[in-house]
Design a binder for this molecule. Structure first.
Ligand SMILES: NC(=O)c1ccc[n+]([C@@H]2O[C@H](COP(=O)([O-])OP(=O)(O)OC[C@H]3O[C@@H](n4cnc5c(N)ncnc54)[C@H](OP(=O)(O)O)[C@@H]3O)[C@@H](O)[C@H]2O)c1
Length: 286
């Protein structure tokens, strides 16, 4: 398994996104645990989750608990595994997503996530989404306090624009480890953030890298160039897509979601698949 860096932590170049295992359409827990174990067996050492990946209001942290439990029940060495979680979003249980970026909420949420994940500190804690009702600097100030207190090992942000990336980096005293923004063949408007992270050496974690839970399976139909590069090389369109993400910058680490072992087993093949310059250019233009 090829690896990449999030600050000083070396992780698999493809991570596993946990959201499909905990929100609408989620599978039973046995299939989810099998999916997480398949990822570990394939060499995945980055797992992306959030306290808000749940359905009902009384199961906050469903996905964190699921991932922590599956990692604990796996028989192999998990000492290099990094679980990246997020705070700042809430799900009241009616299908909506709300936001709370107040420092007091983020600090309480991080403590609760740490309890669910176990260990001495959260590996990577990401501020999920800017809250228009709270100055961004105040939310990031909470991350700085969490870093200084040792509650979190690394700090990241999500759904941020270039100004917010620069502000967060400044407030964290250069300790901004990662940015997680939406990026896929269908959604390329985070290109400026990706380029800024590349320039600054900050890990960029594209979310919804295959187009999302409802669209990932039809990626090849919607983007024929990905299907034809994939067919010529004997891989799936999804592997070609993840290889394209990896080719964008050495700081990109895609986190495809999965709820089936086959999906993540297929996706990790992208780490061993290098696009030619011509293929990259074709996919950039697709
Ligand atoms: N920061 C944010 O605001 C934010 C927002 C959304 C998501 N995220 C994170 O980003 C992760 C990825 O996004 P996402 O899960 O929404 O979308 P995605 O990764 O684009 O698509 C997920 C779907 O792709 C399918 N899939 C994965 N690998 C495949 C393969 N090799 N071949 C065919 N299908 C494959 C999975 O199907 P099966 O379910 O059948 O396995 C899964 O349902 C999430 O899980 C979450 O951790 C973050």
């Amino acid at each position: 398994m090829k690896t990449r860096l999030i600050a000083h932590r070396e992780v698999s170049a493809i991570g596993l996104g946990g959201m499909p295992m905990s929100i609408e359409g989620r599978p039973d827990s046995a299939r989810s645990v099998a999916t997480i174990h398949a990822a570990l067996e394939a060499g995945v050492t980055l797992f992306d989750t959030a306290d808000s990946y749940h359905l009902h209001s009384d199961e906050v942290g469903h996905n964190e608990t699921l991932i922590a439990g599956a990692i604990a029940s796996w028989g192999g060495d998990t000492s290099t595994v990094l679980v990246a979680t997020k705070g700042g979003h809430l799900r009241p249980g009616d299908g909506t997503w709300t936001i709370d970026g107040r420092p007091e909420h983020l600090k309480r949420a991080a403590e609760a996530s740490l309890k669910r994940l176990g260990g001495d500190a959260i590996g990577l804690y990401q501020f999920h989404r800017p809250d228009p009702a709270v100055p961004y600097a105040d939310s990031i100030g909470a991350l700085r306090e969490l870093l200084d207190a040792g509650t979190i090992e690394l700090a990241g942000i999500s759904n941020a624009n270039p100004e917010q990336i620069l502000l967060a980096r400044e407030i964290l005293g250069g300790r901004l480890a990662s940015v997680q923004n939406q990026f896929s063949p269908a959604f390329r408007s985070s290109e400026p953030e990706l380029r800024l992270c590349d320039e600054l050496g900050i890990a960029f974690l594209p979310w919804r890298p295959l187009g999302g839970i409802l669209s990932a399976a039809s990626l090849g139909d919607r983007f024929p160039a990905f299907a034809s590069v994939a067919a010529a090389r004997g891989v799936s369109p999804q592997v070609a897509c993840l290889a394209w993400h990896l080719s964008e910058s050495p700081h990109v680490i895609p986190i495809p979601g999965a709820s089936r072992p086959e999906s993540i087993r297929d996706s990790v093949q992208a780490t061993e698949f290098t696009l030619t310059a011509e293929e990259s250019a074709t996919l950039d233009a697709a």
